[in-house]
Design a binder for this molecule. Structure first.
Ligand code: GLA
Length: 723
């Protein structure tokens, strides 16, 4: 059983994998969070006075209480996780326990992406009902404990059972008090083309807040936060992490109180969120997934990887190896016609590539990025046989066909804008702030949602599409919907995301065989919310092999390799100007969903040969990279100019060791990389027929003698009989 209620002590012990989470209802009916950490026996921890007991102070009981859902105004001064302003104007809520249920499996969340179970035995869900008598607000706190991994999914549902409208000003999906303040904080910060750099700092005696107000989870911060022991590294030490299954603005905080307790929270960003809840209505928060690991960051990542790959991503592509693709964007940008596209497709076919993706520029009169978003009909001057004709030609070559869309956007220079100038986010009487010459559709509007569902259904059918790249290239401005009453305008951003989810849900269900890839100027919406609808995401617009080592390393903190699009592009690289070999570019892209993004018809003979070898190689190993266990071995962030990671196949009979030297160094010993998780009693052959003991590969390690900058080596190991 993952969840046990002990009635004498009024505690809930939620246990799975190596972790437990304990809740306690005190004598006054308050819900307290009294433990999160390594696994303990059911019911063994009865209550925990430590944070609020003091021998030398008579401060309010409330000040240091480990509230599970802290509300303001009652003598608690750290971060509140729920702020509801009632008709009387006060923002507190005295939430008292009413009842609870423990049910097998996991319920879905209305209108929102969430983790799920396929069989009831995989998890149990605890729902605790709390009530505030004055406002009539009921809060349902949902906890799903995944039995095998110990991942804990949480969310709050607020129901207005009172007779007045209340205003939700802040709702965090999860908030937990951890003992101690001697932590490091780890998060994934970045920018366009520099996504998800791993940042680690001492938490100190401070409040640390990170997040996005952009209307997208963003490149700036990923919806993830972790605290770890000072001594924690990739392989050892305690890590406490939270990840939010949401694609819009979010906030994650770590707040240290004056008794050295640290409160870790994640949820919607209250700076750009508000919600008027009328009597009888309910509001569901997004889901947070918290993970405890005693095995450092790899331990944490592996729990997220398995859960997000198998119980967040959905659909037929979830378990299928992903096709090797060619995308024409960096090869042609807007400058293409059917002949050019077919020429690239022909070269792709010759290399063994399986999917052709036609990127931006196929619709309206879009020969430059200042027009036509919204006009989703084919530019017949460029493609005289239409998308349907092109699709037929690509299909008859024996390849799949995919298309780029940026559905949430509208160009002021478009037929759609001329017909519906009011469909974009804007404020009456103010100018509309453009970015990349475009405005954002108000996705919270039902007419906009219906229009998009219709138009995209038509194009997906007409184009017989096998794949869709769903892009989104600007963040919100003037994010106030004209459809909403002034007091509801802070609902705009969240309503947008709910509208987007509705459109995606409809299309994903209508086209179950299409492989959807998420994109937002690269990885600007690389978040678990999107993974629920689209099993893969374009990791970054930066395709430089060296930069990608950092980006893919950071992304892997939460997201499995099967979610990361990784393409080989031309050199000098279009983002950094760097020259690297085709081999190095390929060896880096092997770590994700492999593809090419250059004009294949213009490659040198040598590069064509390497590209063919890469395609062949990827076909032989993608079962391992997409479904195997991924472990980071050497971080590029440590400044040593080396990166390394490994994959072990699901049946543990094969492994891949991926080694990268960034800048060369004279007169040094070979680089030695120690592998993890192999069978110490087994032997493995490498590609050259050498036989290695698993114990040696882990104890001593494999050595690499490289010369020069930007060197790489992928070693494919297979279990073998001892020589
Ligand atoms: C974004 C994407 C790119 C490409 C362009 C097209 O920048 O991230 O991959 O699709 O848009 O305009």
């Amino acid at each position: 059983m993952s969840i046990v209620y002990t009635s004498e002590s009024r505690t809930f012990t939620l246990s799975g994998g190596n972790t437990s989470y304990v809740l306690h209802i005190d004598d006054m009916g308050n819900l307290l969070g009294i433990y999160w950490g390594s696994r303990i026996p059911d019911g063994a921890l009865k209550h925990d006075p430590a944070p609020y007991f003091s021998i030398s102070s008579d401060e309010f009981y409330t000040t240091h209480t480990p509230w599970e859902i802290p509300t303001p105004g009652r003598g608690y001064y750290s971060d509140a996780s729920l702020v509801v302003v009632n008709a009387g104007g006060d923002d507190t809520a005295d939430l008292k326990y009413v009842s609870h249920t423990i049910t097998p499996g996991k319920p879905g969340l209305e209108g929102l992406p969430a983790t799920y179970t396929e069989e009831d035995g995989e998890a149990q869900t605890l729902t605790i009902k709390l009530h505030d008598d004055l406002t009539g607000i009921t809060v349902e706190a949902l906890y799903t404990m995944f039995e095998q991994s110990g991942a804990l999914a949480r969310s709050l549902r607020v129901v207005n059972e009172g007779s007045d409208t209340v205003s939700i000003e802040k709702i965090m999906s999860a908030s937990t008090l951890l003992r101690g303040a001697d932590w490091d904080i780890v998060h994934l910060k970045g920018a366009w083309a520099r996504e998800r750099n791993v940042i680690r700092n001492p938490l100190g005696e401070a409040e640390y807040a990170l997040g996005s107000r952009r209307g997208a989870s963003s490149q700036e911060e990923n919806p993830f936060i972790a605290l770890c022991e000072k001594s924690a590294d990739e392989f050892k030490g305690e890590v406490y992490a939270m990840s939010l299954i949401y694609s819009g603005s979010f906030l994650a905080t770590a707040d240290v109180d004056n008794r050295e307790n640290s409160r870790l929270s994640i949820g919607l960003n209250p700076d750009v969120f508000g919600w008027m809840l009328k009597p009888g209505e309910s509001f569901q928060s997004p889901e947070s997934v918290q993970v405890y690991s005693a095995d450092g960051f790899n331990g944490m990542s592996q729990i997220y990887h398995t859960l997000y790959r198998k119980r967040l991503a959905r659909g037929v592509w979830r378990d299928m190896v992903r096709p090797i693709l060619i995308n024409n964007w960096e090869g042609t940008y807007f400058d293409f016609n059917e002949e050019k596209i077919l020429e690239i497709a022909k070269s792709a076919k010759e290399l063994g590539i399986e999917l052709f993706v036609l990127d931006d520029g196929w619709f309206g009169k879009r020969n430059i990025d200042n027009c036509s978003l919204g006009d989703w009909y084919c530019n017949m001057e460029k493609l005289p046989n239409g998308i349907s004709g092109l699709s037929d030609r690509i299909h008859s070559m024996g390849m799949m066909f995919g298309l780029w869309f940026e559905p949430e956007m509208i160009s002021p220079d478009s037929d759609l804008y001329r017909a519906h100038p009011d469909w974009c986010l804007h404020i009456e009487g103010r100018s509309r702030s453009e970015a990349r010459w475009q405005l954002t559709l108000d996705m919270g509007r039902e007419d906009v949602q219906e229009y998009l569902i219709d138009v995209l259904t038509r194009e997906m059918r007409n184009g017989k599409l096998d794949y869709v790249k769903w892009d989104m290239n600007r963040n919100m401005a003037e994010a106030f919907s004209v459809m909403l009453e002034p007091e509801c305008r802070f609902e705009t951003q969240h309503r947008y995301i709910l509208g987007l989810y509705r459109v995606l849900d409809t299309l994903v269900e209508r086209f179950p065989n299409i492989l959807f890839e998420c994109c937002a100027s690269g990885g600007g919406r690389f978040d678990p919310g999107m993974t629920y609808y689209m099993p893969q995401t374009w990791t970054s617009d930066d395709t430089d092999a060296v930069e990608r080592l950092y980006i893919q390393y950071g992304t892997s903190f939460v997201y499995p390799a099967s979610t990361m699009g990784a393409h080989v592009s031309a050199v000098p690289n279009h983002q950094t100007g760097r020259m690297t070999s085709m081999r190095m570019r390929g060896d880096v892209a092997i770590g994700g969903n492999f593809g090419f993004e250059l004009d294949l018809s213009k490659m040198s003979e040598e590069d064509t040969k390497t590209a063919r070898e890469l395609v062949e190689q990827v076909k032989g190993i993608r079962e391992i990279t997409q479904k195997g266990t991924f472990t980071r071995l050497v971080s590029p962030f440590n400044g040593k100019q080396v990166a390394a990671w490994q994959f072990i196949s699901e049946d543990e009979s094969e492994a891949l060791l991926c080694f990268y030297r960034i800048l060369g160094k004279p007169n040094t010993a070979p680089d030695i990389v120690r592998m993890k998780g192999l069978d110490p009693n087994a032997y493995y052959t490498d590609d050259e027929g050498n036989i290695w003991s698993g114990a040696v590969l882990m104890g001593h390690g494999m050595w690499f003698t490289t010369r020069g900058d930007y060197q790489s080596k992928i070693v494919h190991l297979k279990k073998t009989e001892k020589a």
